[in-house]
Design a protein. Structure first.
Length: 302
């Protein structure tokens, strides 16, 4: 996943249904001698709206919690979409604009408190490691860098087959990947993780070797490829970012028809378009273990 020099200002056209990070706050500076407990948090996506529905499908959202021994305060840190998942996954087709219009950014959100009931009820709230205030402050610096340079949300993982050793053409970049990067950063700083099983959700598309098509200018610009531009726009017509559940299922049938019967998918990744020659089993939602990282520094004690 490509890193960018800075985060662009969102276009006013992009409006979120639910405010991004409504109670967010700056990450505090911890006292060096503080001992901070680190918690793994996981619950079904959109639990506030659909309850445990997506939990049964193992479509989970991940976060990380912290508890300061010195102050007794709890904090939650997570990474999610500025304009909800549909906007990050599919574009808007706006009248008078040739190119599909993307409202896609993801970012970290940090706030005081851990909503115990939310994470425990249908999910997970488990202690994974303990760190010093110094390590927390170094992690906070890294979060700032990660947040300013890794700006686009990417829903899909694309790989050649369901085989464990399969080629991964494109990697997703979403909430769980941020948590995995955070754990790895803490391990690099010397954190020693407990032996806890940690599973994550991935939404995988299966495809032959992707074909590079170009960027917005080369496809949709004045010297662009009109046939290709039309094919991409047509492909995205059934995928609407904001819609009711009923409309979503009607469109899902059209999408399955395109992706499975026609074996085609147009992917927008790092501001570039790719054609995916889809192949069986086309799409899979998996919930599998990604072990906690091993500390890379020499640490004493647990």
């Amino acid at each position: 996943h490509r890193r960018f020099d800075y985060r662009p200002k969102p276009d006013p056209y992009c409006q979120a249904r639910y405010t991004f990070c409504p109670t967010g706050s700056a990450i505090p500076v911890m006292k060096e001698e503080d001992v901070i407990e680190v918690y793994r948090l996981q619950a079904p996506v959109w639990e506030f709206k659909y309850g445990d529905l997506l939990g049964h499908l193992k479509i989970m959202h991940d976060a990380v919690g912290f508890k300061s021994s010195l102050t007794g305060k709890n904090y939650t840190m997570e990474w999610y979409e500025l304009f909800q998942l549909g906007n990050c996954t599919f574009p808007h087709l706006r009248p008078g604009m040739d190119a599909p219009f993307w409202c896609n950014q993801g970012a970290a959100c940090f706030y005081e408190g851990i909503d115990d009931a939310h994470w425990k009820e249908n999910g997970t709230l488990v202690l994974v490691t303990t760190i010093s205030g110094t390590m927390f402050n170094e992690m906070a610096q890294w979060v700032k860098y990660d947040n300013e340079t890794g700006i686009y949300y990417e829903t899909w993982t694309v790989q050649a087959s369901p085989d464990k050793q399969s080629v991964v053409w494109f990697d997703s970049y979403e909430c769980s990947k941020f948590i995995l990067r955070t754990y790895q950063k803490l391990a690099d700083l010397g954190a020693v993780f407990k032996k806890v099983q940690t599973n994550y959700t991935s939404i995988i598309l299966f495809s032959g070797e992707p074909i590079y098509l170009g960027n917005e200018t080369s496809i949709f610009g004045p010297l662009g490829n009109k046939t290709l531009a039309t094919a991409i726009r047509d492909f995205y017509i059934p995928f609407k970012p904001h819609q009711t559940l009923r409309e979503f299922f009607v469109d899902l049938v059209k999408i399955i028809d395109r992706v499975i019967l026609n074996r085609q998918f147009y992917l927008f990744y790092n501001l570039e378009y790719w054609f995916l020659p889809m192949k069986f089993p086309y799409l899979k939602i998996i919930y599998e273990e990604v072990p906690l990282p091993v500390a890379s520094k020499v640490s004493f004690g647990v």
